[in-house]
Design a protein around this ligand. Structure first.
Ligand code: ADP
Ligand code: GN1
Ligand code: MG
Length: 368
């Protein structure tokens, strides 16, 4: 991660309307896009923690509009929790912190956009799911979140990244990257390029179903990676959905699919052991149970494509990692030259494994 000086972090934290005395801010989490820090303040002697995050400005072009989406959704969640007299509402919905100059984005002297949330205490995230319980809990939390978005007031959400899950558009970028071969890496990724090309024919299915009106557009999260839900330390319950930067119009299958991508894999997303990567069927089934128990809102067409959605979101992400590898690693944070290629390889192995088990997995979905 980019090294920020202690002074930069102190100045960023000072941009928010946080009472008390700044103690420190340390790097936090394993996200690929933004920079996240855990900031501690002493409030009359009690330590209170916040996240402060520097948004990736080459990816998020309009941070104010992004935070408007976030505010609309977090306020709606909080209202619902308070109506239900939930005594734990501030752990179950993110609480954005106002910036001192107005709004919810603080612009640093170098132009960088920062935002802050209350840190949700006594929770954890997992990068590799360790059992069915965590998968079920995460899926139920994402489904509840999506059910809640169904009646968010105020019209369509702002598109923070246009065509984010438009797989054919992702393929166009991939083709351009292969053609340009900007850093001379295409030869080292020949088998992956070949696999991506062999899978292109089905890439447009979800987009087409939405365009024809057979599948509904919804307000969706779009980045339902397993480490984007906070699990309660004591009970393991999925209590708070986070990483709201890609809240946008989308398909329910983007959300179910990205959970399948990130939770069923039997190893880390960037594992060098990608030859042994598989989709764990028991985890897939726990996700399906959790997602379908979190809200009874899926249409028959959505349900019929849940397993396909898992394969497609995994393929799309693999294609994105591959394109970034070929482009010279400009999008995802990397720590080694083959990082994006290794990520692509786990994803493609996972696609193969999901498709090999498709009928069994989809049969399970239909039985629920
Ligand atoms: P990125 O977009 O880089 O993935 P996230 O918003 O997902 O950033 O934050 C990165 C990590 O920080 C999360 O996976 C989670 O572990 C932790 N985190 C983020 N926000 C909070 C919060 N409000 N409370 C507790 N943990 C948080
Ligand atoms: C990024 O920000 P993070 O790490 O939760 C990416 C997702 C990818 C994921 C792959 C805005 O998610 O789309 O699926 O990496 N987020 C963005 O790990 O591009
Ligand atoms: Mg994240």
């Amino acid at each position: 991660m980019t090294e920020r000086t202690a002074e930069e972090l102190r100045a960023a934290a000072a941009g928010f309307d946080i009472p008390g005395d700044f103690i420190d801010a340390i790097p936090y989490g394993t996200g690929h896009i933004n920079e996240t820090y855990l900031a501690t303040f002493s409030q009359a002697g009690t330590m209170v923690r916040y996240t402060i995050q520097r948004l990736n400005s080459s990816i998020f072009k309009d941070p104010r509009a992004l935070m408007e989406n976030v505010l609309r959704v977090t306020s709606h969640s909080r209202r619902r929790l308070i109506e239900a007299h939930d005594p734990d509402a501030s752990r179950k919905a993110l609480t954005p912190v106002a910036a001192k100059d107005g709004g919810y984005v603080h612009f640093a002297a170098d132009g960088g956009a920062w935002r802050s949330y209350l840190f949700v205490e006594r929770t954890h995230t997992v990068d590799v799911v360790d059992g069915e319980a965590a998968a079920f809990e995460a899926a139920r939390a994402f489904a509840r979140f999506q059910a809640l978005l169904a009646d968010i007031p105020g019209g369509r959400l702002y598109e923070t990244i246009p065509n984010f899950h438009n797989t054919p558009t992702r393929y166009e970028a991939f083709h351009a990257a292969v053609k340009a071969d900007a850093v001379g890496r295409a030869a080292s990724a020949a088998p992956e390029i070949e696999f991506a090309l062999s899978m292109e024919k089905d890439a447009g299915r979800i987009v087409s179903l939405m365009q024809s009106g057979e599948m509904p557009e919804r307000a969706t999260h779009n980045d339902t990676k397993i480490n984007n839900v906070l699990l309660d330390d004591a009970t393991g319950e999925g209590i708070c959905v986070i990483d709201l930067d890609t809240l946008m119009p989308g398909s329910a299958l983007y959300d179910f699919g990205d959970m399948v991508r990130s939770a069923t894999l039997n190893m880390a997303e960037d594992s060098k052991d990608w030859r042994n990567a598989i989709c764990r069927p028991e985890i897939f089934k726990a996700l399906a149970r959790g997602f379908l128990s979190g809200g009874d809102f899926l249409t028959p067409c959505e349900k019929a494509n849940m397993t396909f959605g898992g394969a497609l979101m995994t393929l799309e992400c693999g294609v994105r990692f591959l394109a970034d590898y070929l482009d010279g690693d400009h999008y995802f944070r990397t720590a080694r030259p083959e990082h994006n290629l290794d990520r692509c390889r786990t994803q493609f192995a996972l696609v193969r494994s999901i498709l090999a088990q498709h009928d069994d997995l989809q049969g399970f979905v239909e039985s629920l």
